[in-house]
Write a protein that binds this ligand. Structure first.
Ligand code: NDP
Length: 315
């Protein structure tokens, strides 16, 4: 069997581009874990990902039941699992009111963080069982916007999980719109969820790298200003954001290039250092980047892990 990679949210943007790079290489079987089966099927077809190298499977990260069902369905395929890529995300910057999932959590934190937290924990044993020559990796896509040590991360509203009191209140079944217990802000909720993604990678590394041999990493692929992520933003923003990123910040990267970067974190034997947050220079050289003070806060990472475990029903 070829090595298998599961990519969440592979129906558009970065996830699709990475699925394309890996699926076309012929070295990988790609499981496209998507909430909209027909959208994923047409996207895979249009991108030219050979049918023999891909399987589309249903996964709605905003519902814990669906995450659990996905894991069962994946196991039923009998495939080995080498790499899990947690890529899917929603970004709701113009939402005035929070949307809550059936499990009772604000939609962007539930999708981007909690769904992936549960998925990762459930699939770790499968990755551990991969053959000895497997690369064994878990990758959670991070973002510069969650890192307040960067210019982009300092555009208000800034990410800030505070003492996690809003998230923790979910343990008693209370519904809080924001992790820090504050008022709802859609753009901040996204940034907070990205901080959770990067804290989770560091905590996975601390807890499990030595005992499992799995490489845990995060990355910032560059600003892919034309993906569906910005579909909920105001029209003017969507028109001006790509040229702004291209010519002013020079952080712009095409979907194909970003997909190759993510594919590199999946498959390049050189990118095997666990606990790393990868970024790329303008000439597309990968390097280990620094994270913000909040993302490197190990105590916060531990606390986030313990709360998340309870919220998703693992503890
Ligand atoms: P897209 O909106 O193009 O892709 C997001 C994907 O997530 C889509 O496939 C979407 O599915 C899927 N998704 C959303 N909700 C769910 C859900 N409940 N269950 C399963 N899948 C879901 O955005 P990008 O490609 O830009 O984003 C991909 C990743 O890259 C994200 O983690 C984002 O934070 C990160 N990123 C993006 C940057 C950028 O500049 N664009 C910069 C830095 C990081 P559907 O097609 O059905 O909507």
């Amino acid at each position: 069997q070829k090595p298998t990679v599961v990519i969440t949210g592979a129906s558009s943007g970065l996830g699709l581009a990475a699925a394309k790079a890996l699926g076309q290489s012929g070295d990988w079987h790609v499981i496209m874990a998507c909430r909209d089966f027909s959208k994923a099927a047409s996207a895979a077809q249009a991108a030219g990902i050979p049918k023999a190298n891909r399987t589309i499977m249903h996964l709605d990260l905003a519902a814990f039941d669906s995450v659990r069902q996905f894991v069962e369905n994946f196991r039923a395929t009998g495939r080995r699992l080498d790499v899990l890529v947690c890529n899917a995300a929603v970004y709701l910057p113009t939402a005035k009111e929070p949307t809550f999932t059936a499990d009772g959590f604000e939609l962007s934190v539930a999708t981007n963080h909690l769904g992936h937290f549960l998925l990762t924990n459930l699939l770790l044993p499968d990755i551990q069982e991969a053959p000895a020559d497997s690369l064994k990796r878990v990758i959670i896509v991070g973002s510069i916007t969650g890192n307040t040590n960067t210019l982009a991360g300092n555009v208000p509203p800034k990410a800030d999980l505070g003492d996690l009191r809003g998230l923790a209140s979910g343990i008693d079944g209370r519904i809080a719109p924001m992790i820090n217990g504050g008022d709802f802000d859609g753009a901040k909720a996204y940034k907070d969820s990205k901080v959770c993604n990067m804290l989770t990678v560091r905590e996975l590394h601390r807890r499990l790298h030595d005992s499992t041999g799995i490489t845990f990493s995060s990355l910032y692929p560059g600003c892919i200003a034309e993906t569906g992520l910005f579909r909920n933003h105001v029209g003017l923003f969507r028109t001006l954001f790509p040229p702004f990123q291209k010519y002013i910040t020079k952080g712009y990267v095409s979907e194909d290039e970003a997909g190759r970067r993510l594919a590199q974190v999946v498959s390049d034997p050189k990118l095997s250092k666990s606990g790393t947050y990868w970024s790329w220079s303008n000439d597309s050289e990968s390097f280990e980047n620094q994270v913000s003070e909040e993302v490197s806060d190990g105590v916060k990472g531990q606390k986030l892990w313990e709360i998340s475990e309870k919220l998703v029903g693992l503890a």
